[in-house]
Design a protein around this ligand. Sequence first.
Ligand code: DAT
Ligand code: MG
Length: 161
Amino acid sequence: AEVEQSYIMIKPDGVQRGLVGEIISRFEKKGFLLKGLKLFQCSKDLAQEHYKDLKDKPFFPTLIDYITSGPVVCMIQIFVILSCKAWEGVGVVASARKLIGATNPLQAEPGTIRGDLAVQTGRNVVHGSDSPDNGKREIALWFKEGELCEWESVQTPWLIE
Ligand code: DAT
Ligand code: MG
C-alpha cells in the first residue's frame, strides 16, 4: 500500500516569530515521521501553484504576498505503521489537520497549533495538506527527489502496541 504523506509548512510569520522549533516539536511529539525538511524562500509562481484552488478568492493576492514575504519551513510528515488498528481510518493528513486546528485561529481549539499560537486567518502560521491527493501534489511541488530521506525511527515500537 502507498504511504499517505502530508505536506506541512511553517509560514513566514511562524519563522519570523521564532515558532519553528515549537511547531516542528508538536508533530515530533505526536509520533509522525519526518521525511523531508528545509528552510526555503518560495517564488510567487510556486505560491500561486500551491494555492491554485483559491485563485478566484478576493484574498488571493494578499495570501500570495504573505506566503512569499519571507522564508518558510517545508516538511513532509508520514505515519510509519499503516496496518495498525490505532491509526486505521485516521491518516496522517487528517491527523495533522487536527493538530493544526481550524483555518481561522479564533475558531481553532486551544491545544491546536493555530488555537495556541495565532490570532488571524491571514497570519495562521502553518499549512497542512487537506487530502492525501493534495499531499502528493504539494510534496511534488515543494520538494525534489534527492531532498527526501527514507529512514526508520526507534520510536515506532513505542508508539504502537
Ligand atoms: P487551510 O489553510 O486551513 O487549509 P484554506 O486552504 O481554505 O485553509 O485557505 C488557505 C489559506 O488562505 C489560509 O490558511 C489563510 C488564507 N485564507 C483562507 N480563507 C481566508 C479568508 N476568508 N480571508 C483571508 N485569508 C484566508
Ligand atoms: Mg488548505
